[in-house]
Design a protein around this ligand. Structure first.
Ligand SMILES: Cc1cc2nc3c(=O)[nH]c(=O)nc-3n(C[C@H](O)[C@H](O)[C@H](O)COP(=O)(O)OP(=O)(O)OC[C@H]3O[C@@H](n4cnc5c(N)ncnc54)[C@H](O)[C@@H]3O)c2cc1C
Length: 399
C-alpha cells in the first residue's frame, strides 16, 4: 500500500520519529530488542513518558486529554511505534475502561478515574470471563446484589491478564436474574482490588509465564457509585469495549515491522548457514503472509476512520481481530523456523557469559519459541476467532 502524506503529516512523522529516537529509554529499548520481559515499572515509566508528551490517550477525545489525532496521524504513530519496537501500552485502562467511562460514566466518575488512567497512576484489569462463561459470556454468574448503598459481589473471574499488578478491576456482573434476556441483567461495575474479600490465584501459561489469574470475590462490598451507566446496561457497554479491544489486538504495524525484520534475517547468512532466502518453500509462505498483511492494512485504515469520526469500531473490528491474529501466529511460526535450533528456549550456549551479545541477535531468536507458545492466546482472547467469525457472519455479512 502506498500512502501519501501532506507536508503537515510529514512534519508530524518527523516529530514522532524524534520522540522515539530521543525519549524512548535505552534500558527499555534494550530489553525489548533482546525479547526480554518488561517489568510493570518499565511499562508504567514508558506510559508516563507518553502522557507527559500528551500522547497517552490516542483514541480519547481532546476534552478528556486525548490527542485528537486524525486516522492518518494514528497510522503514522502506530508505524513509528512499531518501527522503534516500543512497548504497547497496557490496554486495560487506556484502551478499555477509559473509553467506557468517558462514554457512559457520570461526571463524578470521569473526574475521579480518567486523569489517573491517562497518567498511568492506576493499573486496571478486565473481569469479564468466568470458569464456564467465556464465549457464552452472557451466561456469567458473578452476582452483585444491591444492599443499601452498596453491592455485595460474589463469584469468580478467570484469565484475568496482569491482575496480579492491578489496583482496580472492571467487571461485568449479574445484578438481576428476573429478566427476559440474560444480557439485560448484566451491569458494569468498578471494584477496588484492595477491597476485603478479593483474592487472586495465578494461572501459568504454556511458556511458563505468570500472566493471567483467577480472581475470587467473596461478599465484596462495592459502593453503588462504582456502577457505570445504568444498571442492566453493562452488556451494551461491555460490547463497545470489546470492539475497541479487538481493533487493538490486530497489531498491523507490529506485524509489518516483524515481517521486515524476518525478511532481513532470512536474506543474510546466519552463523555460516545458507541464507533461508534460497528455500523456495519458506519464501513462498513468507510472501503469502506479506500479501495478507497488505490487505489487512486497508481494513485497519477504514476502522481508524470510523473511530476518529466518533463511532465505535463496530463489528468490522472482528475482521481485524481474526486476520490480525492469524497473521501474528503465522509470523511466529516462520520466526521459529527461521531461528531453527536457536529457537529452543534453552540452548546450552546461554550459560556462557557472553551469550546475550553473541547469540541473541536483534531478532531475539531464543525468545521466538516462547513467543510462539505465548501467542497461541491471540486467537482466543478478546473473544475467540471462531466467535468472531460468527459475529462477521451475522453483523457484517448479514447471514
Ligand atoms: C492468555 C489469555 C488472556 C485472557 N485475558 C482475559 C482478561 O484479561 N479478561 C477476561 O475477561 N478474559 C480474558 N481471557 C478470556 C478469553 O476472552 C476467553 O478465553 C475466550 O473468550 C474463550 O472463552 P473460553 O476460554 O471459556 O472458551 P470456550 O468458550 O469454552 O470455547 C472453547 C472453544 O469452543 C469454541 N466455541 C465456543 N462457542 C462456540 C460457538 N458458538 N461457535 C463456534 N465455536 C465456539 C471456541 O472458539 C473455543 O475454541 C483471556 C484468555 C487467554 C487465553
Amino acid at each position: 500500500m502506498h500512502v501519501t502524506f501532506s507536508p503537515e503529516e510529514l512534519a508530524f512523522q518527523e516529530e514522532v520519529r524524534a520522540f522515539f529516537r530521543d525519549e524512548y529509554p535505552e534500558d527499555i529499548r534494550r530489553k525489548r530488542d533482546k525479547g526480554m520481559e518488561l517489568e510493570p515499572k518499565d511499562q508504567v515509566r514508558w506510559q508516563q513518558l507518553l502522557h507527559k508528551k500528551g500522547w497517552a490517550g490516542i483514541n480519547w477525545p481532546v476534552e478528556y486529554g486525548g490527542t485528537g489525532w486524525t486516522p492518518v496521524q494514528k497510522y503514522i504513530y502506530a508505524t513509528e511505534e512499531a518501527n522503534a519496537n516500543a512497548p504497547l501500552v497496557i490496554p486495560f485502562g487506556l484502551s478499555m475502561v477509559g473509553p467506557v467511562i468517558y462514554t457512559f460514566g457520570n461526571d463524578e466518575q470521569k473526574r475521579r478515574f480518567l486523569p489517573d488512567i491517562l497518567a498511568s497512576k492506576v493499573w486496571w484489569c478486565q473481569g469479564y470471563s468466568e470458569p464456564g462463561s467465556g464465549s457464552d459470556l452472557a451466561s456469567l454468574k458473578t452476582r452483585a446484589d444491591l444492599v443499601g448503598d452498596h453491592f455485595v459481589v460474589n463469584g469468580t473471574k478467570t484469565w484475568t491478564t496482569l491482575g496480579q499488578h492491578a489496583d482496580w478491576i472492571f467487571c461485568l456482573v449479574r445484578t438481576n436474574t428476573d429478566v427476559a434476556r440474560r444480557q439485560e441483567g448484566i451491569s458494569f461495575i468498578l471494584i477496588d482490588m484492595k477491597s476485603p474479600g478479593v483474592s487472586i490465584k495465578p494461572i501459568i501459561l504454556l511458556d511458563g509465564v505468570h500472566e493471567v489469574n483467577e480472581i475470587h470475590f467473596e461478599n465484596v462490598e462495592v459502593p453503588v457509585e462504582n456502577l457505570v451507566g445504568e444498571e442492566g446496561k453493562g452488556w451494551t457497554y461491555g460490547k463497545v469495549l470489546l470492539q475497541h479491544e479487538r481493533a487493538n489486538i490486530a497489531g498491523v504495524a507490529r506485524s509489518r515491522y516483524r515481517l521486515r525484520r524476518l525478511r532481513k534475517q532470512v536474506e543474510t547468512s546466519v552463523r555460516g548457514a545458507a541464507p533461508l532466502i534460497g528455500d523456495k518453500n519458506f519464501m513462498r509462505r513468507l510472501a503469502a503472509v506479506e500479501v495478507e498483511l497488505k490487505a489487512l492494512e486497508y481494513t485497519e485504515l477504514r476502522t481508524l476512520a470510523a473511530v476518529s469520526s466518533g463511532k465505535a469500531p463496530g463489528p468490522e473490528s472482528s475482521i481485524l481481530k481474526v486476520k490480525g491474529t492469524e497473521i501474528q501466529q503465522a509470523i511466529d511460526m516462520l520466526s521459529v523456523q527461521a531461528a531453527g535450533y536457536y529457537a529452543l528456549p534453552y540452548v546450552p550456549e546461554q550459560y556462557k557469559p557472553d551469550f546475550a551479545d553473541q547469540y541473541i541477535g536483534e531478532e531475539a531468536e531464543t525468545q521466538s519459541s516462547l513467543r510462539y507458545f505465548n501467542f497461541r492466546k491471540a486467537s482466543i482472547y478478546g473473544g475467540s476467532n471462531e466467535i468472531q467469525k460468527n459475529i462477521i457472519a451475522k453483523h457484517v455479512l448479514g447471514l
